[in-house]
Design a protein around this ligand. Structure first.
Ligand code: NAD
Length: 258
């Protein structure tokens, strides 16, 4: 019965840049649980990086730059033609000009705001819209958020505002897709050093601060996030949708810690 809950699940992971990516932790956990994985990479360079990883070298990898009009519908059409249907999608994609991940939020430029929200938030809505067409048996869709959506985190700036929009999108999309038995959730992950997070000003201070206030007295790992993801994508989580699930070693629950 328990094996049945993850058996034969096939899905798409979008946003693995390298072995430091949160998507790498997710893909590794899912691989351990015998989920069948398909990847997308932003471009050919990142595609090659995934191919270079031994455990994923035989997986299908498509390129998909979500900022390009038509790229997402084209991707899901290809997936439908090749596989018929899939059971899950993990959206682990974000971008902002790193110059705007420091200083004051009010200095955010219109150009970066629109580009960043297009890639980091709108793309998730578009992914959900087209993923539905290849999920005739229902499914589970996940994105990645961060505590900066809820409270001010120094330097996170425009990305905090965009993650707030992403979290609201999760609730609306869960409402839209529920009738198709498609669940939509976000994991709000604690801070982890990656290509994207290294662009956030004073990121090492955020890591240190979170470690100090964490009830578990440590920072979250890619493995922690991967395991939570494996749960949320499985039928063990069949009643969970529209949720922002914190996987951050309890940091968001602690206001003050001496
Ligand atoms: P990462 O740099 O490894 O991954 C970001 C990914 O976004 C990369 O694979 C990149 O290619 C992709 N991307 C950027 N622009 C794209 C585009 N136009 N088209 C397609 N893909 C594009 O960094 P990460 O930290 O693993 O980030 C993954 C997700 O996790 C992001 O949504 C991020 O905001 C979120 N997150 C990260 C942390 C953290 O501390 N690292 C914490 C919470 C949430």
């Amino acid at each position: 019965m328990q094996k049945q809950l993850v058996k034969n699940k096939r899905g798409l992971i979008m946003g693995m840049a390298n072995e430091y990516s949160i998507a790498y932790g997710i893909a590794s956990a899912l691989n351990t649980c015998c989920y069948e994985l398909i990847f997308t990479a932003q471009n050919e360079r990142f595609r090659q990086k995934i191919t270079d990883i031994e455990i994923f070298k035989d997986c299908d990898i498509f390129t998909c730059d979500v900022s390009q009009p038509g790229a997402v519908p084209e991707l899901f059409q290809k997936i439908g033609n090749l596989y018929g249907s899939i059971d899950f999608v993990v959206h682990s994609i974000a971008f902002s000009d790193r110059k705007e991940l420091q200083g004051k939020y009010f200095d955010t430029s219109r150009e970066n705001f629109l580009n960043a929200i297009n890639i980091s938030c709108y793309s998730f809505t578009e992914v959900c819209k087209y993923a539905k067409d290849v999920m005739p048996n229902g499914g589970s869709i996940l994105t990645l958020s961060y505590y900066g959506a809820e409270k001010v985190v120094p330097n996170y700036n425009v990305m905090g505002v965009i993650k707030a929009a992403l979290e609201a999108s999760v609730r609306y999309l869960a409402s839209d897709l529920g009738e198709f038995n498609i669940r939509v959730n976000a994991i709000s992950a604690g801070p982890i050093k990656t290509l994207a997070s290294s662009g956030v000003g004073s990121f090492s201070k955020i890591l240190e601060y979170e470690q100090n206030r964490s009830p578990l007295c440590r920072n979250v790992t890619r493995e922690d996030i991967g395991k939570a993801c494996a749960f949320l994508l499985s039928d063990f989580a069949s009643g969970i949708t529209g949720e922002i699930v914190h996987v951050d070693c309890g940091c968001n629950t602690v206001g003050v810690k001496f």
